[in-house]
Ligand binder design. Structure first.
Ligand SMILES: [Zn+2]
Length: 323
């Protein structure tokens, strides 16, 4: 067995669904796309008998790929077909002032909202990738832990002084003020199990960030998907990319998913996001930064902070000194 079949909605558990698309992975056009994207690293016949099927949940609206790789296939996918060195070069190439500022803004926003000193903050970056976010949070003095399945990524984090943990290890006494998941939940075969486990490691009123590709309205665009290998066809396909983006969310499906484990959307005052924006290097950067933050938090539907607990203000009073 090289794939598993997800017959029920993997986030809300409902079994009522509509099939939007069904194509065998042996389809020549799909195969050509895969061979182009993975640079011919997929061994011939690896996906035989497997279909690319998009189902949509009648209850929460999540779109999911019904057949997904088992552990062996996913290991091949993330460690061989996507060559770690290529991924590292790609991600190092994307490091920029803008990206670093976005991470800074996020850390400042969270510390302000939780009204805690960095030295008292315990953060986990779950699915940390190459650890860039961890490095930024660490530079504030926060205690930052990373978690990732990839051995090459863990080695890199270790070299950068980021401790690795397995958050699902039952004896772990570490609880977090923030668990960051950036581009993680779209990849998981069993997202509900993972989210349940993570919520158990949150402090009361701790925050959990979920940021995933925006699949709003995807059900209306599915028929336009083309297996063209040109870059222009990629944005349409990205939220439901075969093998990798196996869960496709919009805001409602994300909120229902979070609510199923007792998480509520955190209402983070805009002033925290703008708090240190004036420190940017130029007016142009400042404007771009501000627009970026605003766009991301206010308009981007699948970038969400959720809170564990029943009241919105973590300590029952407005944060001090935020004039
Ligand atoms: Zn559902």
């Amino acid at each position: 067995m090289m794939f598993i079949e997800r017959v029920k909605c993997p986030t809300c558990g409902n079994s009522s669904k509509i099939t939007l698309l069904s194509i065998p992975f042996s389809n020549p056009e799909l195969l050509r796309w895969l061979n182009s994207y993975y640079r011919n690293r997929i061994p011939k016949g690896s996906l035989d008998g497997m279909d690319y099927i998009l189902d949509q949940c009648a209850a929460c609206g999540l779109i999911w790929q019904r057949q997904v790789g088992d552990d062996d296939l996913l290991n091949s996918l993330y460690e061989i077909w996507i060559e770690p060195k290529d991924s590292q070069i790609y991600n190092e190439g994307r490091r920029s002032v803008q990206q670093a500022l976005a991470y800074v803004s996020e850390v400042v926003t969270v510390l302000s909202y939780l009204a805690i000193n960095p030295k008292d903050a315990n953060f986990l970056d779950f699915g940390m990738g190459w650890g860039h976010w961890c490095q930024v949070a660490k530079s504030f003095g926060c205690q930052v832990y990373g978690a990732d399945l990839s051995e090459s990524k863990m080695a890199q984090a270790h070299a950068n002084g980021i401790p690795m943990i397995d958050p699902f290890f039952l004896d772990s006494e570490t609880y977090f003020d923030l668990i960051n998941t950036e581009q993680v939940f779209e990849h998981l075969a069993n997202p509900h199990r993972i989210l349940t486990g993570l919520v158990r490691k949150l402090k009361p009123n701790g925050l959990l960030k979920i940021s995933v590709p925006n699949g709003t309205g995807m059900e209306k665009r599915v028929h336009r998907i083309s297996w063209d290998v040109t870059p222009s066809s990629r944005p349409l396909l990205m939220p439901v990319q075969p093998l990798e983006h196996i869960n496709c969310f919009h805001r409602k499906s994300l909120d229902i998913f979070a609510a199923s484990v007792g998480l509520v959307p955190a209402k983070i005052p805009l002033k925290y996001e703008f708090r240190y924006a004036a420190n940017m290097s130029s007016l142009k950067n400042a404007a771009r930064g501000l627009l970026g933050i605003t766009y991301k938090n206010r308009l981007y539907p699948t970038y969400r902070f959720y809170r564990r607990g029943g009241v919105d203000h973590p300590f029952g009073h407005p944060q001090r000194g935020d004039g």
